[in-house]
Design a protein around this ligand. Structure first.
Ligand code: SF4
Ligand code: SF4
Length: 190
């Protein structure tokens, strides 16, 4: 029997190699201690925990991972990345998995969250910053939750917490240039 420390898990499948090469993270080194899951504030709602996501990648379970709710319920808080004794940036991997899932045209396991991301980016694209009312309207329409949070609107407007008219930042054109550049880099790397 080999000693446990002598057992090295090699990247033996395409999905593991793909995720490792695109994130630059050594997922192979995860030894399933579970510290990431223990600290994750949204693990209780996920179908599989961050630790299981790492194990699933090691085993090449592409469909199970890219179709999971876990990758959409991750809020990028970085707690897991800070706690990991193997210094794996799990938050970065979760974000990459969302992108991989979208790139393959898979229906997101949490549709509303994907809609929220897209509504958020649309506002930033338009104004160079977030316009909260624009975000709320876009999200409500795209998610078909037309009256979501509508009761809160009068109080927020009265207290000056929301601006009716969007304010474009001076750098809004630069934001669009950054987005175009990112898309170009993504095209080149795919
Ligand atoms: S904390 Fe790191 S080593 Fe531990 S299970 Fe999570 S990813 Fe793996
Ligand atoms: S970054 Fe995501 S997976 Fe990691 S602890 Fe935060 S919510 Fe959980």
């Amino acid at each position: 029997m080999p000693e446990t420390s002598a057992i090295v898990l090699e990247p033996t499948n395409n999905f593991l190699s793909f995720v490792q090469s695109h994130t630059g993270e050594n997922i192979t080194s995860c030894y399933q201690c579970g510290k990431c899951s223990a600290g994750c504030p949204t693990a209780y709602a996920m179908d599989i925990t961050p630790r299981q996501v790492m194990r699933g990648i090691q085993l090449g379970l592409k469909d199970e991972i890219l179709d999971s709710s876990a990758i959409w319920l991750c809020v990028s808080c970085q707690t897991c990345s800070l706690r990991c004794p193997r210094e794996i940036d799990i938050a970065k991997i979760m974000e990459s998995l969302r992108l991989f899932s979208q790139a393959e045209g898979r229906p997101p396991a949490q549709r509303e969250i994907a809609v929220f991301y897209s509504a958020f980016l649309q506002q930033v694209r338009l104004f160079g910053r977030l316009h909260e009312i624009g975000l709320a309207i876009t999200y409500n329409v795209l998610s078909m939750h037309f009256f979501n949070n509508i009761k809160r609107l009068p109080a927020l407007l009265t207290r000056g917490k929301l601006k009716l008219v969007p304010q474009r930042t001076k750098g809004s054109s630069e934001v669009r240039q950054i987005e175009a550049r990112v898309k170009e880099l993504e095209r080149k790397s795919s």
